[in-house]
Each structure stands twice: as C-alpha cells, then as structure tokens.
Design a protein around this ligand. Structure first.
Ligand code: 0PR
Length: 382
C-alpha cells in the first residue's frame, strides 16, 4: 500500500475510538500529552536507554529527571529510572524487596485497595500477597497491617492515591511499622505523586507520604498520569543508590560498551525520559500547581452536583481529582451501562463509578456529563 493509503486507512479506522480531546473519557488516569512533550518525544524517537553507553548525555538527563522527582518527594538523593508505567515501577519495588529478603520469606502486605499490578508482580516473582482491609475512610487498616506482619513478611505497600478513590493510606504509621520490624516499605504514588506535592504547595493539608518518612524505601510516581507525559512514562525512585543496585544487571557486550540496566525491559524509550525532563523544566512547580488547582476545582463542583441528584451520592470527599459515585437506590452497573451508551467512558468498580477529572476534562464536559446523569436517573425512576 502507498503511504498515503496507509495513513488514510488508519485515520478512518482509528477515528472510531475514544479520544482524550473529546472530553468523553472521564474514567481514565491518562490524558492528552502536553504539546511540548509531544514535540520533544517525536524529535528523539530513536533514543534507546537500553544501550546507555551510546547516550551518556541522555543518561545524565535521566539522572537530572530523577533528581527533580526525588526533590519533589523530599529526597534529592533518590536513585531510580523512568520506566514503562506504574506496573513496572511496582514490580521493580517488589523485586528489590525480594532480593533483600532472607531465603524462603515471601509475603507482601498490601491494602485491599492496591492496584492489581501487585498481584501480577507477586505472581511473576513467586511472592504471596496478603491483602489487608480498609478503615471507614477507605485507607488501609494500620492495626491489621501490624497484625499481618510475621517472620515470613518481606515488604509492606502503602498507596498514596488509590486507583478507585484517590485515597492516601496512613503512610507515616506504615513507616513506623516498617522501621520497627525492619521491613521494606514501598509507596505506590503512581497517581498521587504528581498531585499531592502540588496540593500541599496550594496550601491544602496533605499527610506525609514520601521520603520524608524514614521507612519509605521506594516510591512509584507516574509522569504518564498527572505528569502529562506521553505513554509510556512511569517512575521508580529508590531511597538510595544501594537499593536501586539490588535490581541492576551489568551487560558487557553492547554497542555503547558495558552498560548497567536496573529496569525490567532492556531496550527502552529515551524519548520518554526526554519528554519528562522537558515537562519538569517547562511546567515546573508553578505549572503543575495550576493544573492540579484547575482539576480540583472541577472535581469539587462535580462532587457537589452529584450529591444534589436524588438517589446518587459520592463514596467519600475527594482527596484528589477522583470521585466515586454510588447509589443506595439504583444498580450502579445499570447507570454505568447507560452512561456508556451515551458515549461516556466511565470506570466501573464493584460498588461505584469512578470519575477522574484529568486535565482534558473541561467545565463543559462536566456539565454535559451531569445533565446525562440526571436524565438517566429520571429515566430509571428517580
Ligand atoms: N498504581 C496505581 C495506584 C494505579 O492507579 C495504576 C494504574 C498503576 C499503579 C499501574 O500503572 P500503569 O497502568 O501505568 O502500569 N491506574 C489506572 C487504572 O488501573 C491505569 C489506567 C490508565 C486505566 C488509563 C485506564 C486508563 O484509561 O485505573
């Protein structure tokens, strides 16, 4: 096929899919990449950090990127990488914990609200996941975590911005347990990492969740969620270089000479790293603060309006730009089905619909969504 026909066919076939730009995807944690990131990414598509000897300048850029993210998370000395996403970041954390554990130890304690990537990682690494229940505020029950610790435990996971509701676990209490029991503590801030520090800067009270707590060994923070970076861009930060080294491999024969890899994948996108660096430099604290502020304003508006609809309620006050819609009256699956028929891409959890007010979701989209929601409830007899 000539190039023009290939392009035409792709354009026509893919135009049927949902796009962020339409504002109809309101249940996703990704968004339209920032125009600068898009530009930079396409300029450097050929760069491969798997053969790092070829690109010493790019290696330096990744170190700078990690340094900036580390500073954002209270530890400029953190060591880590830009990876493919939260799943790789969480897997690397459990891998490091496993490598540091004693022989035959295999249990990892995670909140019931933890992302399914921990189940995947545990399956791959032959670890056992021990799921602990939540308190009335949907945070992990710290007492239950302490009770679950035994001689077989290798790590504890806390979530700063849960997938379903954006809730922050009591990480400082988990840190105390980790220090007391000498356990690895990983914090999954894949979503919250690009929200919480800026909420704090905006004057909101944000609980400690990062390397300011002595027990925190690693943090997942994803630029391809609220960082506005193109997919794939996750982040894994270890408290120090020694911890990062536990998952490092030396490869001797590469074109760029001997190289070290501390990621799961070998060949990996240098363009992703360059795009994240560019965004951190361009947007900076002020830029991300503006983005978080505008998402939060719309989130609160949405939460208030949902509570005014007969038969609907929110699960909990939003901590970040995520709202959980529940109903005591209607079947929430039915409402999700009706919303999907009206071309809203919502996310459905067992007891609630999750709305994520990402930067591509604008005021008019929220208003249109609320209108449809009201119509649906009326049709269902509310
Ligand atoms: N940790 C947390 C707290 C997450 O919420 C997620 C994904 C991950 C880790 C894993 O991240 P990766 O998907 O980057 O590996 N959270 C979203 C979710 O499962 C991912 C997502 C993104 C889903 C966009 C849908 C979508 O359209 O809901």
């Amino acid at each position: 096929m000539p190039q023009s026909s290939v392009l035409k066919e792709l354009e026509s076939r893919l135009s049927r899919d949902f796009t962020y730009g339409s504002g109809r995807i309101i249940g996703s944690m990704c968004t339209c990449p920032h125009p600068l990131a898009r530009k930079v990414y396409t300029c450097f598509l050929d760069r491969n950090l798997g053969d790092s000897g070829l690109s010493p300048a790019l290696v330096k850029l990744e170190k700078e990127t990690i340094h900036i993210l580390g500073a954002l998370l209270s530890n400029p000395k953190a060591s880590g990488h830009i990876v493919t996403g939260g799943t790789e970041a969480n897997t690397l954390a459990l891998w490091a914990a496993k490598k540091l554990s004693k022989k035959n130890q295999s249990e990892v304690i995670v909140p019931a609200s933890a992302h399914y990537s921990f189940d995947k990682a545990a399956d791959l690494l032959s670890l056992q996941i021990v799921k602990v229940g939540l308190n009335s505020r949907f945070q992990v029950d710290v007492e239950a975590v302490e009770k679950a610790v035994n001689s077989n435990t290798i790590a504890i996971v806390g979530v700063a911005g849960t997938t379903g509701l954006g809730v922050v676990d009591p990480i400082s209490e988990l840190s105390e347990i980790a220090v007391k029991k000498d356990l690895y503590l990983h914090v999954d801030a894949a979503f919250g990492g690009f929200v919480l520090p800026f909420l704090k800067e905006l004057g909101f009270s944000v609980p400690d969740f990062d390397f300011s707590l002595p027990g925190v060994c690693s943090i997942a923070i994803d630029p391809h969620k609220m960082g506005l970076a193109p997919i794939p861009a996750g982040g894994i930060l270890f408290q120090n270089e020694r911890l990062r080294k536990t998952v490092a491999w030396n490869v001797s024969y590469l074109a760029g000479g001997e190289s070290e890899q501390a990621t799961i994948v070998g060949t990996r996108s240098g363009a992703s790293v360059i795009a994240v660096w560019a965004l951190l430099k361009h947007l900076g604290t002020e830029g991300y603060k503006r983005i978080v502020r505008s998402c939060m304003r719309l989130t609160w508006k949405l939460a208030v309006e949902i509570q005014k609809i007969n038969g609907l309620d929110i699960i909990t006050e939003p901590t970040m730009n995520i709202v959980g819609i529940k109903s005591e009256v209607f079947d929430i699956r039915r409402i999700a089905k009706e919303l999907r028929l009206r071309k809203w891409a919502v996310s459905l959890f067992p007891n609630h619909i999750r709305i994520v007010v990402m930067p591509h979701v604008q005021k008019q989209h929220v208003e249109e969504f609320l209108e449809d929601l009201k119509d649906i409830v009326t049709e269902l007899g509310g």
